[in-house]
Design a protein around this ligand. Structure first.
Ligand SMILES: C[S@@+](CC[C@H](N)C(=O)[O-])C[C@H]1O[C@@H](n2cnc3c(N)ncnc32)[C@H](O)[C@@H]1O
Length: 275
């Protein structure tokens, strides 16, 4: 994106086909529905799907049971990274929780604001407000894929949180660990430009979180959706090695939704280095 002078201020000119910006994603968000896909341009191994459906209808709807469980774990202020049309930001605002969505898509930012949420058109890798002071960062709906390098993204998110702050991250619903080149495409083959993306299931997400110094404090599923709660250590003493010695134990929440999230594993791995 190139800033272009315009009368008395600078505006951002968008190159044609800019991912998530000037491609079929914007039209789908305006309509509130798909069908819409990420088309994988590779590398693909035999049996891997080429078209990954994007759940535009769900993103444009009210929060579902899985979202409600996530909302219950949020401590403000909350930053929703890749907020899309903003159902979570709007729901947090309605609960009186300070929340901001960031998204590169003008259509996503506009829709979030229309629904009562605050949103900023910016990349998560750009300078953001309250760096190092967010209480919770959300990474939902496949957004672990942003940038195509989960470890780089997790490192960036760690710096956005205050010490002891939490990341609520959704994993892919398959046990995958893929780095892909993709593009957004609609049912008629209209598409934007290719960009790097990643698909990361729970195992690979745990591995990436371990390598970037997070402390795992919760792990659960609702239906097909799987989530991790990760904490930024509060101090050097709470860095992962100290956590193993029992210095870290932020309490996990008891599952609250009617559908009853499944908390995986006997221990839930509370307060321990990700393993
Ligand atoms: C898979 S969609 C998830 C949508 C979303 N969580 C929702 O509730 O609708 C990915 C979202 O991330 C946004 N995005 C992609 N790259 C981004 C970046 N570098 N920084 C911030 N947002 C980004 C896209 O515009 C899109 O809205």
């Amino acid at each position: 994106m190139v800033p272009a002078p315009c009368a008395d201020r600078f505006v951002t000119s968008v190159a044609p086909g800019e991912p998530w910006t000037d491609d079929p994603y914007a039209q789908a968000l305006r309509a509130g529905r798909g069908p819409l896909y990420l088309r994988s341009l590779g590398p693909l191994t035999p049996g891997e799907a080429e078209l990954l459906p994007l759940e535009v209808e769900r993103w444009c709807a009210a929060p579902d049971a899985a979202d409600t469980e996530v909302l219950g774990r949020c401590t403000g202020p909350v930053l929703d990274v890749g907020c899309g049309p903003g159902r979570l930001v709007a729901a947090l605002a309605a609960r009186g929780v300070t929340a901001l969505g960031v998204d590169v898509s003008p259509a996503a930012v506009a829709r979030t604001r229309r629904h009562g949420g605050a949103a900023l058109r910016r990349s998560v890798f750009d300078r953001l407000p309250r760096e190092g002071r967010w209480g919770t960062v959300l990474l939902m709906d496949g957004n672990v894929g942003i940038g195509g390098d989960p470890a780089a993204l997790l490192t960036r998110l760690r710096d956005l949180l205050r010490p002891g702050g939490r990341l609520l991250a959704e994993a892919a619903d398959e046990d995958v660990d893929q780095r892909l080149t993709v593009r957004v495409e609609d049912a008629h083959g209209r598409h934007g430009r290719p960009f790097p993306w990643a698909r990361v299931g729970t195992t690979a997400l745990l591995r990436a979180a371990d390598s970037t110094g997070w402390i795992l404090t919760g792990r659960w599923s609702v239906g097909r959706r799987s989530f991790l709660e990760l904490h930024r250590p509060t101090s050097e003493r709470q860095e992962p090695d100290a956590a193993r010695d029992g210095h870290v134990a932020p309490p996990d929440h008891t599952p609250t939704t009617g559908e009853g999230p499944q908390v995986n594993g006997p221990s839930g791995l509370h307060g321990h280095r990700v393993r």
